[in-house]
Design a protein around this ligand. Structure first.
Ligand code: C2O
Ligand code: CU
Ligand code: CU
Length: 498
């Protein structure tokens, strides 16, 4: 089934036929935005004015994510189809926007499966570029994980098949990962949520709500803006931040709710705050913590996910869910950070629901049998009289045909990741979840406050993080900065598990 949704009215997949010029324009710009091409901006056709910040309406009730229906008939098998194709959506009156979407929906449909399930997803690529689907955070065999090495050609298709092991319950997502096209395919709309559920979830008495946060940079004529030089340097941030594809929606919380939040933005950091109300952090990227943690705000770097419990309060109140300012040390002349309103939340008066003291046990990963060091760096150089920025891992830009590191199957490893640059970069590795041991900044070592499973962790300038991990499939794994423009320009490397 094809679902089309967004705010406004979808014109349907037929949008491709209606709007060939736009799509071709996208193709053209894309070929010029080759790896490392910060100078891509020179080629983009005349700079378009952006849509005004009040151009998108808000204040509609937050809609749940559409679900990907399981079309399998066997128990324990989740079987479905994801079609990546252009879709036109009317966000600005009379000026349709051409997105690239999974099954016509921006964001893509939510996949909900259970521990123990076998997942079989047929992916059909109706884009004019190669694509893949990467299952961000899931323990998927490398040849099923949408590596850039396994592109699905325009018009092509393939089936992704993997099993969800016991203990994998958590909050994941999926997005394209083709060589040199990831940033563009994500900012044009290709990303969706993936939840793995456990049979013995200690919080399954609490109502759930999903907030997939994405970013949209829209031109005044309704087209999706190309990346400019600043976007290629700092990572793209649009003038709109959306939740489940909606601009500044409203949320009514009547009883305790379990929120799963995804930062699916290309580069935007979200320092989340709920009008100063505290909430309980109960889960991270790879599922539940051992104990709930009471917090008042939390920084979600690009690609990170959390689960929190939001409780009713003593007096009904409407508060804003905001992203507070966070200085990630962008380069160049950039506008000062601003507090962003993401949603209006009406919290009912009521008694909080008691939470279990223990959510689950997490065994700390044992002694490391190998240590690895990863360094993220940037390098400015001149090329044809233009400043070019390189984004590097251990001094090199990504090369698909090179293996950068090797790990032993099943071995516990300690990875030291150092950000040798003056801007924040979120580190992400495929195929596994890691445990943060400690951070080090300015000679000060801060141990992780609690045990948690993570696949993405932010690094401030000159910060080191030490994490432990195990890879449990042989094959190639990518690790990279999850600011997608940096990944796209080479801040990525390949690990071979042998
Ligand atoms: Cu969302 Cu290579 O990752
Ligand atoms: Cu990933
Ligand atoms: Cu980066």
């Amino acid at each position: 089934m094809i679902r089309r949704r967004f705010l406004g009215h979808a014109l349907g997949v037929g949008g491709l036929a209606l709007l060939p010029g736009w799509l071709r324009a996208g193709e053209m710009d894309h070929s010029m935005h080759d790896m490392g091409a910060m100078s891509g901006m020179d080629h983009s056709s005349a700079v378009q004015p952006l849509a005004a910040e009040n151009a998108l309406p808000g204040n509609a009730a937050l809609q749940p994510l559409p679900k990907l229906l399981n079309q399998g008939s066997q128990p324990g098998v989740f079987k479905a189809e994801l079609i990546a194709a252009p879709v036109a959506v009317e966000l600005l009156p009379g000026q349709p926007t051409s997105f690239w979407a999974y099954n016509g929906s921006v964001p893509g449909p939510l996949i909900e499966a259970r521990e123990g399930d076998r997942v079989e997803i047929r992916f059909i690529n109706r884009l004019e570029q190669p694509s893949t689907i990467h299952w961000h955070g899931l323990p998927v065999p490398p040849d099923q994980d949408g590596n850039p090495h396994d592109p699905v050609a325009p018009g092509g298709e393939r089936v992704y098949r993997f099993d969800l092991p016991k203990g994998s319950a958590g909050t994941y997502w999926y997005h394209p990962h083709p060589h040199g096209h990831t940033a563009e395919q994500v900012f044009r709309g290709l990303a969706g949520a993936f939840i793995v559920r456990a049979a013995d979830d200690p919080l399954d008495n609490i109502a759930e709500r999903h907030l997939l946060i994405s970013d949209l940079k829209l031109n005044a004529d309704g087209s999706i803006a190309e990346n400019d030089a600043n976007d290629w340097m700092n990572g793209r941030e649009g003038q709109f931040v959306l939740i489940n594809g909606q601009h500044q929606p409203t949320i009514e919380l009547k009883t305790a709710e379990r929120w799963r939040l995804w930062n699916a933005c290309s580069a935007r950091y979200l320092k989340l705050d709920l009008g100063g109300h505290s909430f309980s952090l109960v889960g991270t990227d790879g599922g539940l913590l051992e104990q709930p943690q009471t917090l008042q705000e939390i920084l979600l770097a690009p690609a990170e996910r959390i689960e929190i419990i939001v409780q009713p309060i003593a007096q009904q109140q409407t508060v804003a869910l905001t992203a507070l300012t966070y200085d990630r040390q962008k380069m160049g002349n950039v506008a000062p950070e601003q507090v962003l309103t993401l949603a209006q939340v009406t919290i009912a008066k009521g008694q909080p629901t008691g939470l279990p003291q223990t959510l689950r046990a997490i065994s700390p990963l044992g002694k490391s049998s190998a240590d690895k060091r990863v360094v993220f760096s940037e390098n400015m150089r001149m090329e044809n009289g233009q400043h070019q920025m390189d984004f590097l891992v251990n001094g090199k830009a990504f090369d698909m045909h090179r293996v950068d590191m090797r790990s032993q199957l099943g071995a516990v490893e300690l990875w030291e990741v150092y950000n040798d640059s003056h801007m924040d970069h979120p580190f992400h590795i495929h195929g596994t979840q890691f445990q943060i041991v400690e951070f080090e900044l300015d000679g000060k070592v801060t141990p992780a406050a609690f045990l948690a499973w993570k696949d993405t962790v932010n690094l401030r300038p000159r910060e080191t993080v030490r994490v432990k991990m195990v890879q449990s499939f042989k094959g190639l794994r990518m690790f990279h900065c999850h600011i997608l423009e940096h990944e796209n320009q080479g801040m990525m490397a390949t690990l071979e598990v042998v």
